[in-house]
Design a protein around this ligand. Structure first.
Ligand SMILES: [Ca+2]
Ligand SMILES: [Ca+2]
Ligand SMILES: [Ca+2]
Ligand SMILES: [Ca+2]
Length: 210
């Protein structure tokens, strides 16, 4: 029974950890289940609208994101990334496929949260824009100003700590002691104009060793 289970699980595990040109990584979401509320369970806030969309990649589905800004800000989505089998310490970049609709598609502010006070949680202050109180937030802004699909690779070294008064201000995504390491991600969406609209499609969001 055990070997049968193992032979079933191993190819699945292998497929999820190895992709593209010999690079190794973790696929956070390929959006193939057509449901942003499942695996991982993305939470969505404010005016961001999500729906499943076709993708020209080898797989079939992607995530269509749209919405109207109020004072530049549209809304966002977030996911809890902590899993026992995830070890983010060996990865060098965040990769994603993005379909843009031209120069004013929108800006994606990608935020990575890692646990510095060792409790596998990101405590946030609702009175201060939900900023983390004890843990680090590393951010990167991706301006989507192209038409069609583009493969985007962002070195993790390009992310900067955006809350110098919380956490230890050191990128430490590994599980160490009681720290869960990198445990949460948020995608904030901003428009190219104060009251403009955004529209883009995301696919294959993953961490990679490249
Ligand atoms: Ca996909
Ligand atoms: Ca914490
Ligand atoms: Ca910090
Ligand atoms: Ca830290």
């Amino acid at each position: 029974m055990r070997s049968w289970l193992l032979s079933l699980c191993l190819p699945v595990l292998f497929a999820s950890l190895v992709f593209g040109a010999g690079s190794v990584g973790i696929m956070i979401d390929n959006f193939e289940d057509g449901n942003p509320g499942r695996d991982p369970e993305w939470w969505v806030f404010d005016n961001l609208k999500l729906k499943s969309s076709g993708s020209p990649a080898k797989d079939a589905l992607a995530l269509d994101c749209s919405g109207r800004a109020s004072d530049w800000y549209v809304g966002g989505m977030g996911a809890y990334l902590a899993k026992d089998e995830y070890d983010f310490s060996s990865f060098n970049s965040l990769e994603l496929s993005v379909f843009g609709f031209g120069p004013k598609s929108g800006t994606l502010k990608i935020e990575l949260y890692e646990d510095d006070n060792g409790n596998w949680q990101i405590e946030q202050d609702p009175k201060k824009n939900y900023s983390p109180v004890f843990d680090d937030r590393f951010s990167y802004e991706l301006k989507i100003n192209w038409k069609g699909w583009k493969e985007v690779r962002i070195p993790l070294s390009d992310f900067t700590d955006t809350n110098p008064r919380a956490g230890d201000n050191v990128w430490n995504p590994q599980k160490l002691g009681k720290s869960g390491g990198l445990i949460q991600m948020q995608l904030y969406v901003l428009a190219a104009s104060r009251n403009g609209s955004v529209h883009f499609i995301l696919d294959n969001l993953r961490f990679s060793s490249r």
